[in-house]
Structures are given as structure tokens and as C-alpha cells.
Design a protein around this ligand. Structure first.
Ligand SMILES: [Zn+2]
Length: 220
């Protein structure tokens, strides 16, 4: 199985990606992890990425794709993969499609976890965390017994910069501008499976498995 998982920030993509990869016995390829690996180990690709990020520049699509292909061409990905965080732009999707074609491979499906913006905003901007032990809280459904004080360690509960409302709105907007066009791109190629991401994690997971099962049996 060669799969892509799409979804806005706050859609629960990472959690679902792990479950899918485990069930279908394919490698979970998170581009965030690959980038961190190359930078930490100071590889040739990592050095190239750092040249951009150190200067506050975006990593070009060609370099991102080169890094992804370096990973996808390894032995453990020959039986399949689940891409998480890639492709992020239409150009990356086109480069991926071309690369697969050259290798005589093709995607099986693209799963899109869909969540309305208001819900994403509420999920992400309501996040709080203890700055001593890292225990997560949420203004909507997980408040500490004493306001601002961690139940577990008595530490201070704070809101991360990433979860500030303005930051969250910006992250959602970037997704809409750059990544949402991929939904139409894959729909045109008959690869898109949309899943309602507003439900509980376990419900969404079961829906993904059911949709994938019905989609793959269609081909037989
Ligand atoms: Zn704590």
C-alpha cells in the first residue's frame, strides 16, 4: 500500500498515521522526522536544508522531494509507505507523481481527514500545558482542579506560542492556501478518500479502516 494522509493542523493526523501504518504494515514517513534526522546528523542533505532555514528561507520543493525520495527508495519502503506531512504543495505532488511513475509505482489512495476551521481553532487554541512536567490540559474538556496549577506536579499551566489563537489561525490559513488544493488534485485522479475528523479518535480510526477496505476491494 502506498498512501498519503492529508489533514489540517489539529485534525489528529499523527495519531491516525501511526494506527494506519501499524495495521497495514507500512512505513510511517513523517517529513518532519526526516528533516530533523538529517539536520541532527549533519548529513549532506541536512546541510543544504540548514542553509535555507538558518536564513529564514523556505526549503524549496525540489530539495524537500529529494529528501523524501532518499527515504522512499530505501529497502523498508518497498512494501509500501504512508506519507504524513508530504506533499504539502501542488508542485510537490507533481514531483512525487513523476517520481513514482519513473519507478513503475503508483499511489493506492489519499486519505483526507476533514475538520471545519471553527473546530480546529477551538481544539488548538484551547490547549494548555504544564511548563514543569508537560502534562496536557484543555480549556474545554480538561481543566486542572485549581486554575493555572498542574494537578500532577503543582507547576504552572501555560499556553504554548504555537497554540495562540493568532498563530493557529495562521497555520490553518497556510494549510488552506498551500495544501487544500491537493484535495482537488487527488479527487481528479480518483484517489481521494474523505473522512469526517470531528469525531473521537477511535471513531475516526475505524472510519479510515472501513473506507480503505471498501476502496481496495473495489479494484479486485
Ligand atoms: Zn505538571
Amino acid at each position: 500500500m502506498r498512501l498519503i494522509l492529508l489533514g489540517p493542523p489539529g485534525a489528529g493526523k499523527g495519531t491516525q498515521a501511526s494506527s494506519i501504518a501499524e495495521k497495514y504494515q507500512v512505513e510511517h514517513i513523517s517529513t518532519g522526522d526526516i528533516f530533523r534526522y538529517h539536520i541532527k546528523n549533519n548529513t549532506e542533505l541536512g546541510k543544504k536544508v540548514k542553509e535555507y532555514t538558518d536564513n529564514g528561507k523556505l526549503v524549496p520543493d525540489e530539495l524537500t522531494c529529494e529528501i523524501v525520495w532518499e527515504r522512499l527508495d530505501r529497502e523498508d519502503c518497498q512494501k509500501g509507505f504512508l506519507l504524513d506531512g508530504f506533499p504539502r504543495t501542488l508542485q510537490q505532488a507533481e514531483i512525487l507523481e513523476q517520481g513514482l511513475k519513473e519507478r513503475g509505482q503508483a499511489l493506492d489512495s489519499v486519505i483526507s481527514i476533514e475538520v471545519p476551521n471553527e473546530i480546529l481553532l477551538e481544539r488548538l487554541s484551547g490547549r494548555r500545558v504544564c511548563n514543569s512536567c508537560g502534562e496536557p490540559y484543555h480549556t474545554k474538556n480538561k481543566s486542572p482542579k485549581v486554575e493555572g496549577v498542574c494537578d500532577t506536579c503543582g507547576g504552572e499551566i501555560v499556553q504554548r506560542k504555537d497554540d495562540l489563537e493568532a498563530t493557529v489561525r495562521n497555520r490553518i490559513q497556510v494549510y488552506e492556501e498551500q495544501t487544500a488544493p491537493l484535495i482537488d488534485y487527488y479527487k481528479e485522479r480518483d484517489l481521494l478518500l474523505s473522512v469526517d475528523g470531528t469525531k473521537a479518535i477511535e471513531v475516526v480510526r475505524e472510519e479510515i479502516f472501513a473506507t480503505l477496505a471498501s476502496f481496495s476491494s473495489k479494484d479486485c
